[in-house]
Design a protein around this ligand. Structure first.
Ligand code: UFG
Length: 496
């Protein structure tokens, strides 16, 4: 059940200078549709501010002012909300409470799952019932008011920390920045197997906040227990894994140990410490090579051709089994397509050591003159220009969806969700090279090389489920991705 609340005081209530969003037609419409079939308890000022009554609803207007009169014969009025609620045995999800702080205070013990649904679409997420009091704030302008709502909603809902494994890695670090900016406290773990400690300083530089950091391995059960004992953790985002496809073929035991056994250790500790929510980094690679594009979440998974991919299939199955066995456990599996790009500040990004296996880091090295030319693996695929087609997604868009994933499973009691995380658009290797050259005004020399074993011709997502259910949409395009990649590597080279 969706539960959002908002601050208003009696003087600056909903009717005050038309400053609240539901004065706008579409918000009112949204409110109406989201409150369908519910009883509505409404504060006096709220009621006055609404463009007249909500037809067909049982609206109960609550006022603390005994002189207050409602000019609406259909509206029921109560001057003692507590008494009223005592007399009516509403169940939690029958009632919508909306209005000022005073009505919340009175309604709170009775309607802990009340639905308050009036703010814009982006707030339409699962969140806890909270009380905000505008009197604590000195807010004058409309825009500040909306900022206030957003800030407070974020601040209030995030009182438990998020434990991020692999917090210094490419996707982990970008996600931590988004979490901190959204007022989550972050507890992080990394063993720097594919990241650098400096990332922690960059994160602080970007956000003005610190991660409570632990160095170590997720296989270290004692360390995990200590982390859970020392922190008030509400949920986990698990990034810690090896990810080089080619390497995984050579080192299956290391890959399965690091990517699967470590998750089992983590889940055992989560169970022991009663932390029941996890967002897991999975990959489009789980779709194997047999499914037709675009990939959809309900397609069969498996048929992977390397231990890296298979390790993701295994963990998805483990999480599914766990959620089935324990109906209080919540998992949100995110199947990433091809994350590229970097934070637009140029402070964090992907800069692997040695010869990169992935396309963009390779192009970056060519751009920086560290590698002579790009090898394009095959130009005879059944694609428009013969080169491989992938669904590239900006890492910041990707980072943001983790917060949506957390929100999706917050306060749930047993749930398992899987989402494709891509843009739904496929670009070829040549498209990428051209975009990179254009946006950065630089030449990327390339040659056509033989196909790379294990590659498929085309891979892109149907991400409509994530768009719809998580209210998440990508905002960055291919040019942003290529520009941000280059900015980051140029920055890195200045620092060296
Ligand atoms: N490519 C080249 N030259 C290179 C590197 C890549 O032509 O030097 C081509 C590949 O053949 C492919 C495309 O660029 O057509 C993208 O290749 P990447 O290695 O960047 O990415 P993949 O699609 O092979 O794999 C990536 C991740 C996996 C993940 C998968 C999900 O590396 O971890 O996306 O689709 F599982």
């Amino acid at each position: 059940m969706l539960t959002i609340s908002i601050a208003m005081d009696e003087k600056k209530g909903i009717g005050y200078k038309g400053r609240l969003p539901w004065h706008l037609k579409e918000e009112l419409q949204l409110f109406k549709s989201n409150t369908m079939g519910k009883n509505i308890l409404m504060g006096q000022t709220t009621y006055d501010g609404l463009p007249r009554k909500l037809k067909g609803r049982h609206t109960i207007v609550c006022s603390i002012d005994p002189e207050y009169k409602v000019n609406d014969p259909d509206a029921e009025v109560t001057y003692d909300l507590k008494k009223f609620l005592d007399e009516h045995e509403f169940s939690d999800d029958e009632v919508i409470v909306c209005g000022g702080a005073s009505i919340y205070r009175q309604a709170y013990p009775f309607c802990s799952k009340a639905l308050i649904s009036f703010v814009k679409g982006e707030y339409e997420t699962d969140t806890r019932f909270d009380i905000f009091d505008l009197n604590d704030w000195n807010i004058d302008k409309e825009v500040e008011y909306e900022d206030f709502i957003y800030r407070e909603l974020s601040r209030k809902r995030n009182d438990k920390a998020i434990f991020v494994t692999g917090c210094c890695g490419y996707i982990g670090s970008h996600t931590v920045v988004e979490l901190l900016n959204d007022n989550y406290d972050v507890v992080g773990l990394d063993n720097f197997s594919n990241s650098k400690p400096e990332v922690l300083n960059k994160i602080t530089e970007l956000t003005g906040k610190k991660v409570k950091f632990y160095e170590g391995n997720m296989l270290d059960r004692e360390l995990l227990e200590k982390i859970f004992d020392e922190n008030n953790i509400g949920a986990v985002i698990d990034f810690a894994a090896y990810k080089a496809v080619g390497d995984s073929v050579k080192k299956p035991v290391e890959y399965y140990t690091n990517n699967v056994s470590s998750v089992l250790t983590l889940l055992a500790v989560m169970k022991e410490k009663n932390v029941k929510s996890i967002v897991f980094s999975s990959s489009a690679t789980v779709y194997g090579s047999e499914n037709p594009v675009p990939f959809k979440e309900d397609m069969p998974i498996g048929g992977t051709t390397n231990p890296y991919g298979t390790s993701k299939v295994f963990v998805e199955q483990i999480l599914k089994d766990l959620c089935f066995a324990d109906n209080t456990f919540n998992a949100c599996v995110l199947r990433y397509f091809n994350p590229i790009g970097a934070h637009e500040s140029g402070l964090i990004g992907e800069n692997p050591n040695g010869v990169p296996a992935n396309l963009l880091p390779f192009i970056d090295k060519v751009a920086m003159g560290k590698l002579e030319k790009l090898n394009i693996f095959g130009d005879d695929y059944p694609t428009p220009d013969g080169t491989g087609v992938r669904d590239y997604i900006h890492v910041v868009d990707l980072a943001k969806v983790h917060i949506k994933g957390l929100e999706k499973i917050a306060h749930k009691n047993g749930s398992y969700y899987v989402y494709n995380i891509g843009t739904g658009v496929g670009y070829s290797v040549l498209d990428i090279v051209k975009a990179y050259e254009k946006v950065n005004d630089i030449k990327i020399p390339y040659v056509i090389a033989p196909r790379r074993p294990g590659d498929i011709a085309t891979c892109y997502a149907d991400s409509s489920k994530a768009n719809r259910e998580l209210n998440w949409h990508t905002t960055k395009d291919l040019e942003d991705m290529c520009r941000d990649c280059y900015r980051f590597v140029v920055n890195c080279s200045k620092e060296q």
